[in-house]
Design a protein around this ligand. Sequence first.
Ligand SMILES: NC(=O)c1ccc[n+]([C@@H]2O[C@H](COP(=O)([O-])OP(=O)(O)OC[C@H]3O[C@@H](n4cnc5c(N)ncnc54)[C@H](O)[C@@H]3O)[C@@H](O)[C@H]2O)c1
Length: 276
Amino acid sequence: MQVAGKTAIVTGGGNGIGAAIATALAGAGARLVVADLDAEAAQSVTAAINAEHPRAAVHQGGDVADAEVIASLIELAETQFGSVDMYFANAGIAGPVGFEELTEADWDGVIDVNLRAHIRAATQLVPRWTVGSGGYFVSTASAAGLLTQIGSAGYSVTKHAAVGFAEWLSVTYGDRGVKVSCLCPMGVDTQLLSAGFDADDRLGRTAARAVTTAGDVLTPQRVAEVVLEAIADEKFLILPHPQVLEMYQHKGSDYDRWLSGMRRYQASLLAADNAD
Ligand SMILES: NC(=O)c1ccc[n+]([C@@H]2O[C@H](COP(=O)([O-])OP(=O)(O)OC[C@H]3O[C@@H](n4cnc5c(N)ncnc54)[C@H](O)[C@@H]3O)[C@@H](O)[C@H]2O)c1
């Protein structure tokens, strides 16, 4: 898809990967609604975009897991720019690490942002796009949605579910005007990676180390470049770290071998943490 002249809503657009995607989209001629829980961050990304591309972006604060907030973002895009052509379901949280100590509220929190936000957005957009001129849904999942996230049940489960939902959307609506891509990076240099996995907690440190040891930590700008290339080619799976494909193929070709390798990897990370 050509993004020039299209209107995109980018959730979690105030920081990190979302801010870089919004900025890159504006550079390619798109108009933006930048949405974030942190309204000030969204406002400052919008101001930077508008300084380069006058009136290309507006912002809105709010929780993008809330169906009413999603409805108001769509309305803002339509009133401001006349349409909503692309939706980047990018906002995400690391959520609490571990498993045994998680409460129902912990699970709800991470499921709401990392999964239900995508479902609620698509629920509102798909009926518009299948009868109108179509649209593009870009889900930010994670390599953890294809492989796993050592140390964090909530992140692993919700990112797998986000991949599953994006896949299902593509199968079901791909021939009816709804294009879908799914972004699955490993480490990206953002607040989520540096602070999301709590460094005071051994499991949190191990979760972060699992990501940073597995491959290069990319800049959000590099990830945004790869995203725009994939959208131009309308590619479903977006892998800014190409080695993720090899890992995924390895998992698919011998699941048990992959699982025992992951257990060994986890043990080595925990041993390294003990040694620190
Ligand atoms: N950083 C990484 O290493 C990495 C790797 C793989 C996938 N991801 C995914 O990329 C996406 C973006 O993460 P990031 O690394 O840029 O993190 P980030 O913390 O830098 O940015 C995330 C933004 O989302 C916003 N946000 C969180 N919950 C929200 C909500 N309910 N409503 C509205 N906004 C909300 C935050 O305020 C923040 O501005 C996430 O889905 C994350 O899981 C990140």
